[in-house]
Design a protein around this ligand. Structure first.
Ligand code: SF4
Length: 443
């Protein structure tokens, strides 16, 4: 999808009793969480979902009429709800409908939507990896808390595409999170362009969540999410002093002891040229302090190699930082000049081979560190969330593994485990990326 194309858009018609409304809300929540836009009219919708009622004849008539209208106005219709349980009635009246499901069938509706209209993915600006959506495992979901960004990193054009930070009201975010938890989601991945900045644009305005006043701020949000009793994972957190207050929540087990902090570099001069947020913070000291409070903290980060003007010494300083920081997971990108980014005007552009060679060198350097971090887990008992089960065992993720970007835990005797459920395992081995484990006794 090009950046200019619109998001996939779903028209939604909801008929029937409060139970049907709850079903509609669940489906709408999932659609929004996956980046679909919801349209109140048929105009501009790529397809229409009709949630029907079949309680009395009049309701059947009304539902069949609504389906007919959606077909006439739009042409692509998925039917769900009570009348959907009588598929033959629907198909007799409207053989052209794309799919028919019964009530409480959010998952089937999502499958039908995916088959007709895959979710959008724009790799440059979307934070949701496409695989995460395509496979749609229902035990985790992305929770987007804001749009846009107030920073102007010199290598990035997101602010010019998406504008300044706009935080979603905390009540709306919490409602979506509660619905997802009720729908059986076991892990929420909090995402945005700059998660630590949540609420800055609305001056941390107080909202009301279940009648309780709550500030639109990351600490309050993390605390409230931590009460849902599921895994809460924070992505795209910049190392501001305010982040320190989150670490005790991690140590207490309220939210996952996991931070995705895109440091991008370690040289103060390069960070300044990059115009990175929190670039003047002493990140090594901060990491040490975080780990003193929460020794199990997993830190993931990304770095850019070969930024314009990066000297050999500055690159070496980056490797020294990695040695000191002992990060758990690291991704690296060779600098690539994005059209419209101000960094392209900087002097000292490096040849593509140098940028790439440094990237490879960094990744090889980090490999040992990541492996040692995993080795330290051998012999430990860890909680995991099960992703897949087959005759060879189970594939799961630990609290230190975000889906799609981090490693996996291979549970070699996990044939009896259930997908989407938590389990306790004992770590027996590791390689560069993954852990190997057995089901813990007493499971
Ligand atoms: S923080 Fe920087 S890199 Fe991230 S979206 Fe904002 S401008 Fe882009």
């Amino acid at each position: 999808m090009s950046r200019m194309q619109k998001e996939p858009t779903i028209g939604f018609v909801s008929l029937g009793c409060p139970k049907a409304t709850v079903d509609s809300e669940l489906i709408l929540t999932r659609l929004r969480a996956e980046g679909y836009r919801i349209s109140g009219s048929y105009d501009g919708a790529d397809l229409v979902v009709v949630n029907t009622c079949g309680f009395i004849d009049a309701a059947v008539e009304e539902s069949l009429d609504a389906i007919g209208e959606a077909l006439a106005e739009n042409g692509k219709v998925i039917v769900t709800g009570c009348l959907g349980a009588r598929e033959e009635v629907v198909r007799a009246a409207h053989p052209q409908v794309l799919a028919v499901t019964g009530p409480h069938a959010a998952q089937e509706v999502m499958n039908a939507v995916h088959a007709q209209l895959p979710p959008a993915h724009e790799p440059f600006i979307d934070l949701v990896p496409p695989q995460g959506i395509r496979i749609t495992p229902q035990h985790y979901a992305y929770l987007k808390i804001s749009e846009g960004c107030n920073h102007r990193c010199s290598f990035c054009i997101i602010p010019s595409l998406r504008g300044d930070l706009v935080s979603r009201p905390i009540a709306e975010v919490m409602l979506e999170a509660e619905k997802l938890a009720q729908a059986g989601v076991k892990e929420l991945l909090v995402i945005s362009q700059d998660t630590s900045a949540y609420g800055v644009d609305v001056k941390y305005r107080t909202g009301f969540v279940n009648g309780r006043p709550l500030k639109t701020r990351l600490l309050e949000l993390a605390r409230a999410l931590g009460e849902l009793g599921i895994w809460i994972r924070l992505h795209y957190v910049y190392p501001y002093p305010s982040v320190d207050a989150l670490i005790p929540l991690m140590a207490e087990g309220k939210i996952l002891p996991y931070l995705d902090v895109p440091f991008q570099h370690a040289s103060p001069r390069i960070l300044k040229l990059m115009k990175r947020p929190a670039s003047s913070e002493n990140n090594l000291e901060r990491i040490r302090a975080w780990r003193a409070i929460c020794p199990d903290l997993t830190i993931r980060s990304t770095f850019i190699t070969g930024f314009p003007g990066e000297t050999e010494a500055e690159f070496e300083a980056l490797l020294d930082f990695l040695e000191e920081a002992q990060l758990d997971r690291v991704g690296a990108f060779a600098y690539s000049p994005v059209e419209g980014a101000s960094a392209n005007e900087l002097p000292g552009a490096l040849p593509a081979e140098v940028r790439e060679a440094r990237r490879q060198q960094l990744m090889e350097f980090q490999e040992d560190i990541s492996t040692r971090r995993l080795e330290a887990k051998i012999g430990r008992r860890l909680q995991v969330l099960v992703e897949e089960v087959d005759e060879e065992g189970a594939v799961a993720r630990s609290q230190g593994d975000a889906p799609e970007i981090d490693g996996l835990v291979h549970v070699t005797d996990g044939q009896e485990l259930a997908v989407g459920e938590f389990a306790m395992v004992e770590i027996t081995d590791c390689d560069v990326h993954d852990l190997y484990a057995r089901v813990a006794p007493g499971q």
